[in-house]
Write a protein that binds this ligand. Structure first.
Ligand code: JE8
Length: 234
């Protein structure tokens, strides 16, 4: 799986990409992430890539030429063009279904805006898949792009070892329940005890208890998840 990230702040990605899971996936050749500075495609002698909005108003708008031309150049770097994703509050909202859909792609180009966003003609010309990570305001598309990369790489076969398998993740196909509570040693801390059932070693009983805890927690906190069409729910 290859990601090309286009941004004005490429340095923001180094820390994220260096984290162990992703670093190992990159080393093993399962994932490839190339971060590109849009400024490289500036057509201005001062490397400017933004300008004041026509019609007035606050802030700056990212110019159409460097963005469209950076995408065209980067698409040329591989045999097959990638799916272009633009992170924007106006996009369709990201959820696990959308992540699963996007994870089917071999190659993704992630466009990260800043300031007041891109000139409308970026969208008109590139016709990107516009995605929002949620109904709150970020300062730019970079953190949203990291969210998308993070969610997508979990679905790339072999990225997670068996220990971190994603088959029973909340929100994965066939699972729309929140996760049950986890405990590790010590058995008691400041009077807070680990539930007795987990100490007994009766795996059937433990599995039943966990399913029930998941269901109760979901009903209490996220009843909306139970309303979603879910066929075979016990
Ligand atoms: C962004 C963003 C996602 C999400 C994504 C890209 C580029 C026009 N507005 C721009 C004005 C307020 C500040 C905005 C900053 N901005 C935000 C997001 C996003 N994906 N779920 N929330 N915010 C840009 C510029």
């Amino acid at each position: 799986m290859r990601f090309d990230v286009l941004t004005l702040f490429p340095d923001l990605f180094a820390g994220y990409l260096g984290q162990s899971l992703l670093h190992k996936a990159i080393e093993r050749g399962l994932v490839d992430v190339a971060v590109h500075d849009i400024r490289r495609w500036s057509i201005d002698k001062h490397k400017k890539v933004d300008d004041r909005p026509y019609g007035g108003g606050p802030g700056m708008v990212l110019c159409v030429e460097p963005v469209v031309e950076s995408v065209e150049d980067i698409q040329q770097q591989c045999d097959k063009p990638g799916r272009v994703v633009l992170l924007t509050p106006q996009g369709r909202k990201l959820n696990q279904r959308v992540v699963e859909e996007i994870a089917k792609e071999e190659r993704l180009l992630l466009l990260c805006g800043r300031y007041e966003g891109f000139d409308q003609r970026v969208t008109d010309i590139l016709e990107p898949d516009e995605i929002s990570v949620g109904d709150f305001v970020l300062n730019g598309g970079e953190v949203a792009a990291m969210v998308l990369v993070d969610a997508v790489i979990r679905l790339v076969p072999e990225v997670l070892g068996d220990e971190n398998s994603c088959v029973d993740d909340s929100f994965s196909e066939g699972n729309r329940l929140l996760e049950f509570a986890q405990y590790t040693r010590p058995r008691e801390y400041r009077g807070h005890k680990v539930p007795e059932v987990l100490l007994g070693g009766n795996h059937e009983e433990i599995a039943r208890w966990r399913r029930e805890q998941s269901y109760l927690k979901t009903r209490q906190r996220r009843a909306d998840l139970l309303d979603e069409a879910s066929p075979d729910r016990e």
